[in-house]
Each structure stands twice: as structure tokens, then as C-alpha cells.
Design a protein. Structure first.
Length: 297
């Protein structure tokens, strides 16, 4: 998506299946999050995307299947959130005002530093950036809950990047070098250069998901996410939302990157920037869903 602007739009009901409580939100006690279980659930969620990354053809066909016009109007059971990410700019900058209120000022300072460095990486540096901030986190004075909240963000990002890199690597290695056509080589070389776009999807998705989940959990008391499950309260909602947002941000960006690269390399006539890649997942049997769409601007 070089020389393009990309708009990442999260349309979520974010499991906005609200359970009313008799407690006033301002008096609601912190409900602890099972971070170990959350990590396992993130693993399961990421596995559901592996079929899309098996081959160049599966990436392109997935984009074609999910390619739609931008969704602007929302229904009563959806929350519409738009994240504008200028991919053509040399750098992007987040501030502490951009982050969810579930975080302390000290956490926001740490996270802004991470998000800004992650969103401005070059090539395959994102894994290093995540690892560096994991090490940095170990030397902070955060209490256990604050530590776990940030670790979850870093760990989800790392798992997501590892999945995408692993699947893309397997796709390339499934054919010996001599069998790759010029178009194939062009496509994979192009995808290798899309790391910054995927990184910005992760950062923007985590920020927006944290805000949306925190508001949903704080307002309604209970919010249900696909696969990750039920979060109670603003903090848990923000934690779950940040995880969901990072995953969908990265995967959505990867879909569009694949379409863009295929078009640039003459492997597809999908048009790259001619529509949004929208992914929707049902939340149980509720009729609600989380929708993630990636649109070029």
C-alpha cells in the first residue's frame, strides 16, 4: 500500500450484549481478568485465521470474498469506530489522549512510547520492538494488574505477528524457489515490505479496541467478545477489546496488503484500493457480530 492512505474501520457490536447491573458504574469494583486464559483464547482466535494465509491464492480469494463497499451507517446493535491511518506518511504519532481511560497516566506513557515505535517500524523490526518493550516492562514499578494489562497488549501483538510471519513463510517455502513465477516472487517481496502497515493495524486496533471495550464494559457492566468470551467492567472490557482490536487490525491490514500486492504484481485484477476487506464473526447464537473492515483512502 505504498503511496496510499489506508483507513481502518472497526464496526463492532464488540459483543455489545449488555447485561444490566444494579450497581452504579462509578462504584463498580474491579473484576479480575484471567490473563492466562485470555492468552490461550487469543491463541485459539488467531488459529481461526490460518487458512486464509496458506497460499497467495487463499489470501486473494479471502479479500475478494470479503471485499465490500465501506460501511458507514450502523444498526442499533453496532458501534461504529473509524481509525484513520495515513500509510503514506513517514511517521505517525499517538498521544496519551488517544488511549483508553482504563489506563493510569504511567501506563499511558509506557503504551504511547510502544505504540509510536511499533507504528513507525521498518521492515521486520516489529518483533524486536515488542520484545524490547517486554523487557522494559519487567523493570517498571507497575502493580500486578497494571503489568498484566500491558503485557497482554504486547503478548497479543507478538502472537499476531508471529502467526502472520509464520504463515507467510510457510506459503513461500511450500514451493521451491525454481517453481516460483516472476509474479509470485513480486507478490511475496511486496508482502515482505508491508510490515509497517500491519504494525499500524495492530497499534490502531489495540488503541480503538481498548477504548470501545472499556466504554462498553463500564457502561453496561458486561460485554461479550467472539471467542475471547465475557468481560465484566470497564477494565476487563478494555483489556479484551485491545486484544480483539490488535488481531483484527493486523489481519485486516494483511488482507488488503495482499490485494494491493497482487494488483501491483499483475496477479489479480481486484484493484487493491477499490473496496474494503470486511471480516465479520458471530458472537454465539445472539445474532450479534464483530465486524472489522479495512478501507483505502
Amino acid at each position: 500500500m505504498k503511496n496510499l492512505k489506508q483507513t481502518l474501520i472497526l464496526l463492532t457490536s464488540m459483543g455489545l450484549i449488555f447485561s444490566c447491573t444494579n450497581e452504579k458504574i462509578e462504584n463498580q469494583e474491579l473484576v479480575s481478568v484471567d490473563y492466562q486464559q485470555l492468552s490461550l483464547d487469543v491463541d485459539e482466535h488467531l488459529k481461526s485465521f490460518t487458512p486464509y494465509f496458506e497460499t497467495q491464492e487463499s489470501l486473494i480469494s479471502t479479500y475478494e470474498r470479503f471485499k465490500v463497499e465501506p460501511k458507514i451507517e450502523k444498526s442499533s446493535d453496532e458501534t461504529l469506530i473509524t481509525i484513520n491511518v495515513d500509510i503514506s506518511s513517514d511517521s505517525v504519532e499517538y498521544t496519551i489522549e488517544d488511549l483508553a481511560d482504563i489506563y493510569s497516566d504511567e501506563q499511558k506513557i509506557f503504551l504511547v512510547d510502544y505504540f509510536n515505535e511499533a507504528a513507525n517500524v521498518k521492515g521486520s523490526e516489529l518483533t524486536y520492538v515488542i520484545s524490547k518493550h517486554k523487557s522494559k516492562l519487567e523493570s517498571t514499578a507497575f502493580n500486578d494488574e497494571e503489568f498484566d494489562q500491558i503485557f497482554s497488549i504486547l503478548d497479543t501483538a507478538e502472537k499476531t505477528v508471529d502467526l502472520i510471519e509464520d504463515m507467510l513463510s510457510k506459503s513461500i517455502n511450500s514451493k521451491n524457489d525454481n517453481s516460483l513465477s516472476a509474479k509470485d516472487n513480486c507478490f511475496w517481496e511486496c508482502m515482505a515490505g508491508e510490515g509497517r502497515n500491519i504494525a499500524r493495524g495492530i497499534a490502531g486496533g489495540a488503541i480503538t479496541g481498548g477504548i470501545t471495550g472499556g466504554i462498553a464494559g463500564g457502561t453496561a457492566g458486561t460485554v461479550v467478545f467472539p471467542i475471547l468470551g465475557t468481560a465484566t467492567g470497564a477494565v476487563a472490557g478494555g483489556v479484551f477489546g485491545a486484544a480483539e482490536g490488535a488481531i483484527y487490525g493486523a489481519v485486516g491490514a494483511a488482507f488488503f496488503s495482499a490485494a494491493y500486492c497482487a494488483t501491483q504484481c499483475g496477479s489479480s485484477s481486484s484493484g487493491g484500493g477499490g473496496g474494503c476487506a470486511r471480516v465479520s464473526e458471530s458472537i454465539g447464537n445472539t445474532g450479534n457480530s464483530m465486524i472489522f473492515q479495512v478501507c483505502p483512502e
